[in-house]
Every structure is written in structure tokens, then in C-alpha cells.
Design a protein around this ligand. Structure first.
Ligand SMILES: *Cc1c(COP(=O)(O)O)cnc(C)c1O
Length: 476
């Protein structure tokens, strides 16, 4: 479908108008987020607000906050956003924050600070982080980058982090504890007050990952929804991340990380004085980036105010209520745990839930698949209010279509669903090759059924850790 010169560096340039129209064309197969048909990746309020954010972004697109001294206006906007949001999260005096490029960078800075704090007192140790199994992969990525060991604490039956299970994994190398407000997979706020007590008892920093919830929890509370404490109001919380580019509805490239004590933030800084290019200091993982994300976030906060954000949070909440009560009419579907926000996971013991996602996909909806247990992930935003009825209609249609069709007889795991998406994305030849190899690993009788190779492949890949290699193959 793409232009035939796509892999050639053009000898002669092309007219701007033509190129711009090709840009439009190339989004043709994207998920249909502008119509509210995606429950992932794009957090949409409404078109009018999105246009405003875009305008604000463009006004600072070329500016580069890598040297704050060169762009004092941007520096001030970033500081103002940090200070305004700090109050939302009860950041006490003596605390500070950094405006980052996203949740991952916020998490990286918090993990790095905790690691450096630990190593200052006890050098040359193998530092460890205790992460609930529902904690975001960004913590594992940070551990991987910073040479730390990640210890995974199982969650309880309600998908909440277990303070006891976390405590059991603490040892003399533990540099950081993690809790989510809420967890991304299930939208469940961990028992942060209790985990905070464990953190204080062992004198270990606790990071609260409010990346997805940070810009909705305080506003739901203002709107009268019952929300547990999750932030610096809890004594044991030493750092917190919150993404402006999720329920803050800002442009991508905007997140915040806060530290209860400025001395802890300082552990995330980098300085180098021996470069011929001059003295170099950095508060970030990234170097150069666009000033647009800072300007857009600042502008949106100015435009919406607490009132506007509360309204958006409540709109998303009402859309969630509408969709959840509609889904309750289908006895084969249920929600995992008790989600407290506008995101949740949908599961089933009677149908193959991935099939439902496929069916809804054919009807133009985009829904992420999750594992252990298999479920579908819904991020409800303000924009879903208008499409809630259509969506519920389509769920009915999809279930009717699936009715009577037996689901596959093999255990569903993310690896299965990953393989399904790999199948969609990989060249057919490569996929067939992988399948054939997997089939060889199976006992003869198992290899007969068409689903067996798939089953065998995912299980054996999981056992040997090769599934992660396969993901890397895909990324390559
Ligand atoms: C999105 C998310 C992250 C990672 O943030 P990015 O902006 O994608 O880098 C981390 N934690 C949670 C809970 C999230 O929802």
C-alpha cells in the first residue's frame, strides 16, 4: 500500500503538498483512535482539545530543553508544571521533581536514584528491586539497564500487590520497592499504605507508579469517587511517577517524577566536566528533545484547570460505568478484581477471550490482549462516552457470532496471543519455519493436531527463555 519509493533516499525532492498528503495516506491502516475505537495507546479527550494541544506543541517544537539556560521560558513552564502537579500529589516541602519524556524515563530516574543512594552507603553490591508481578515492564527494563536484579512478588487473588509477599523478598541488597496506582494490566491500586509501612520498617525507598493513574485519581476524588490514598500523603512513599501524556491528555513526551527529598533526586543527575565541548550536566536520560511536549502540557493545564480535568476524569468514569454495566449483561464475561479507575481487564471462563478481541477487531475495535490469566485490556477515556453504545452492540454481535464455536483446547497464554500477532506481523515464510521447528520438539502423537505445534512451541519457548529471543527477533 505504501509509496514504491519508500526505501529509496530520493535523488530529487518532492513537493511538500504531495509529501504531506502521503503522510495522511500512511496512517490509513492505523488503529481508529480518532473515532474512539481504540482502548489503548491514545488518550483522547475531544478533537477541540487535541487541536489546542497540537497548536501549543508546534509553537515550541524546535526548541530544545537540553540546556534549560538557553530557553528560560520553557524551563519555567516545566518547573511550574512540576510544582502545580506536586501539590496534587501532596509533595511536601523539601521535595522536588523532574519533567521527563515519558513514564519509562520517570521510572528510570527513580530506579537510578534509589540504586545510587544504596551504592553510596554499600558500594559494589548487587542491588535489587522488589516489583509486584503486575508492575510495569519499565522497572524490569530499568533493572536490566542499570545492572540490578528484579525480584517479582506475586499478587493476591484480587490482583493487588501483597505487602507480605514483598516483605519476604527483601534482603540486604534491596534498594527499592515498587507499588502501582493503579497497575496497568488490571487498573487496581496496590495497598500502598501497608507497603509504605514495610518500606519504613526496612528503610528502603518506595516508588509509586502512578504513570497511568496520576492525572485521574486526584480528579476522580474531587468528583466524589472514592479513591484510596496513594501519594506522598503516605509517609513511606519516597518517589512517584505520573504521566501527563496519558490521562493528562497532553502530547506524547510528557511525564513527571517526584522525590520526597531533593537529595534523592540529586542521585539521578549526571555531570561531566572534562569534555572539550564544555561542562555537561543532565537531569535526564534523554539528551536533546522537543520543547513542544513541555509547552503543550503547560498550556493544557492552564486551559483546563482543576475544574476541566475533573470534568474529563468524570466523563471517562461515566463511560467506564456505562461500558461495565453493559458488559454485565453477558454472563460469560467478567472483570478481573475490583478496578478503581477507568481502566480494567475483561476475562471469561467460557469463551476464548482472545477470539472476542479478534471478532471485535474485525468490527473495527482495537483491544490489547493480556496473559495470566488471559484477558482484554480497556483504557476508557473521555472520548469513549460517545461510542459506548456502539461498542456494547458490537460485543453482542461478536458473542453471537462466536456462540457454539468451540474454543481451542489448549491453555491460553500471552505467548499464544503473541504468536497470533507475530503471525500477523511476520513474513509468512519465517513464521512457518518457526512453527515447523517447534513441531519437531513435540512427541509424535501431539504433533498431529493443528494447534499442537503452537502449544508445544509456546511452552518449550517459555521453558528455555527463547520466547524473549523471539520477541527480539521481532523487534529486529
Ligand atoms: C504507561 C505506563 C508506564 C510506562 O510509561 P511510558 O510513557 O509508556 O514510557 C509505566 N507504568 C505504568 C503503570 C504505565 O501505565
Amino acid at each position: 500500500m505504501f509509496h514504491k519509493t519508500s526505501s529509496l533516499f530520493p535523488e530529487k525532492g518532492r513537493p511538500q503538498k504531495e509529501v504531506l498528503s502521503e503522510l495522511q495516506e500512511r496512517s490509513g491502516k492505523d488503529i481508529r483512535w480518532k473515532e474512539g475505537r481504540s482502548f489503548a495507546y491514545v488518550y483522547q479527550a475531544n478533537k477541540q482539545l487535541d487541536d489546542f494541544v497540537q497548536q501549543a506543541y508546534l509553537s515550541y517544537m524546535k526548541e530544545n530543553p537540553v540546556n534549560p539556560g538557553a530557553f528560560p521560558g520553557l524551563k519555567q513552564m516545566a518547573e511550574e508544571v512540576v510544582n502545580m502537579a506536586g501539590k496534587l500529589f501532596h509533595l511536601p516541602k523539601g521535595g522536588s521533581g523532574t519533567f521527563t519524556s515519558g513514564g519509562s524515563e520517570s521510572i528510570f530516574l527513580a530506579v537510578l536514584a534509589a540504586r545510587n543512594r544504596f551504592l553510596k552507603n554499600k558500594p559494589n553490591r548487587q542491588t535489587e528491586i522488589v516489583i509486584p508481578s503486575t508492575g510495569h515492564p519499565a522497572f524490569h527494563k530499568a533493572a536490566h539497564y542499570f545492572g540490578m536484579k528484579a525480584r517479582i512478588a506475586p499478587v493476591n487473588k484480587a490482583f493487588e500487590a501483597s505487602p507480605q509477599a514483598m516483605q519476604a523478598l527483601i534482603n540486604e541488597n534491596t534498594a527499592l520497592l515498587v507499588a502501582s496506582a493503579p497497575s496497568f494490566p488490571h487498573g487496581i491500586v496496590d495497598p500502598i499504605a501497608e507497603i509504605g509501612k514495610v518500606a519504613i520498617q526496612h528503610d528502603i525507598p518506595l516508588h509509586v507508579d502512578a504513570c497511568v493513574g496520576g492525572f485521574v485519581l486526584p480528579f476522580l476524588k474531587r468528583g466524589g469517587v472514592q479513591i484510596p490514598d496513594f501519594d506522598f500523603a503516605i509517609e513511606g512513599v519516597s518517589s512517584l511517577s505520573a504521566d501527563l501524556h496519558k490521562y493528562g491528555y497532553a502530547a506524547k513526551g510528557a511525564s513527571l517524577v517526584f522525590f520526597r527529598k531533593t537529595a534523592l533526586r540529586r542521585e539521578s543527575f549526571f555531570a561531566f566536566s572534562d569534555w572539550p565541548g564544555g561542562l555537561y550536566g543532565s537531569t535526564h536520560i534523554t539528551g536533546s528533545r522537543s520543547g513542544g511536549a513541555i509547552a503543550a502540557a503547560w498550556a493544557l493545564i492552564q486551559h483546563l484547570g482543576l475544574e476541566g480535568y475533573t470534568q474529563l476524569a468524570m466523563q471517562a468514569w461515566e463511560a467506564r460505568q456505562k461500558i461495565l454495566s453493559g458488559l454485565a449483561a453477558f454472563p460469560e464475561l467478567y472483570v478481573l478484581g475490583k478496578p478503581q479507575l477507568s481502566l480494567f481487564a475483561l476475562a471469561s471462563d467460557q469463551i476464548n477471550i482472545y477470539d472476542l478481541a479478534d471478532q471485535l477487531g474485525a468490527l473495527g475495535w482495537y483491544i490489547e490482549r493480556q496473559q495470566a490469566p488471559p484477558s482484554l485490556h480497556f483504557n476508557i477515556t473521555a472520548a469513549h462516552q460517545e461510542v459506548a453504545d456502539d461498542f456494547l452492540q458490537d460485543v453482542k454481535k461478536a458473542l453471537e457470532k462466536m456462540n457454539g464455536k468451540k474454543s481451542f483446547g489448549f491453555r491460553q497464554t500471552l505467548s499464544d496471543c503473541l504468536l497470533k500477532s507475530l503471525h500477523r506481523l511476520l513474513p509468512e515464510k519465517l513464521f512457518t519455519q518457526i512453527r515447523r521447528q517447534a513441531a519437531k520438539l513435540l512427541p509424535k502423537n501431539r504433533a498431529d493436531s493443528p494447534s499442537a505445534p503452537l502449544y508445544g512451541m509456546t511452552e518449550s519457548l517459555k521453558k528455555t527463555g527463547n520466547l524473549e529471543e523471539l520477541i527480539k527477533d521481532f523487534l529486529e
